[in-house]
Design a binder for this molecule. Sequence first.
Ligand code: ZN
Ligand code: FE
Length: 256
Amino acid sequence: MSLEIVTLTALADNYFSLLHNRDTGETVLVDAPEAAPVQDALDARGWTLTHILLTHHHPDHIDGVAALQAASGAKIIGAKADAHRLPPLDLEVNEGDQFTLAGSPCQVIDVSGHTIGHIAFYLPQEQAAFTGDSLMAFGCGRLFEGSPEIMFESLQKLAALPQDTMIYSGHEYSAGNGAFALSVDGDNPAVQARVAENLQKRANDDVTAVATLQQEFATNPFLRCDQPALRMSSGLGEDANAAQVFAAIRRQKDNF
Ligand code: ZN
Ligand code: FE
């Protein structure tokens, strides 16, 4: 691991991350909810942006781009499929693309579902994946454009990454996600422990949206749709498969 990674809050409940290479001075921003808190974080550390990665086109992930780009000349990297609704891109990427980011290999994974064209950035050397509003801490993004089938498939791709990968996601949704996890998987001690841990983190102003894939497997209802407890909570019978359970649980969360 060579990059320093810091995750901070912006707007009402967004997170952004900064990745910094001490040797080259390169600094990468993942998602730009608004410019001011990002610029403050950069100034406090004496860092200058060189790259901005965009996971998807929603305003709370791109509204800070123009001002930050104007101040730094940073290169903007986002999905080719979404180029028509993202800020002007310097590098358009597709599923499976690999490029070097601040000296570290970076792979592009299509994780459509929340939107079509949503991507995640996986940095194997840093054991880190930036998943935006796809796989999220203790939850997953709402399905605005994709079907449950598409999101399920996207989550399976992320689930196949090494278990010690750190998942960095886009929002502070720990209270709602924790309450929902308790409602569908409440007998799971790991869920109970994570709810308590998140309360403590919130009290200390710590980040709740960064966890290992292993912790997500142990606690995140949307990665546990093959488990008997989730099958039961879905209301589907014994024979329901994980994709069907996912669709039902995601619908329950929409109305939770
Ligand atoms: Zn979004
Ligand atoms: Fe968002």
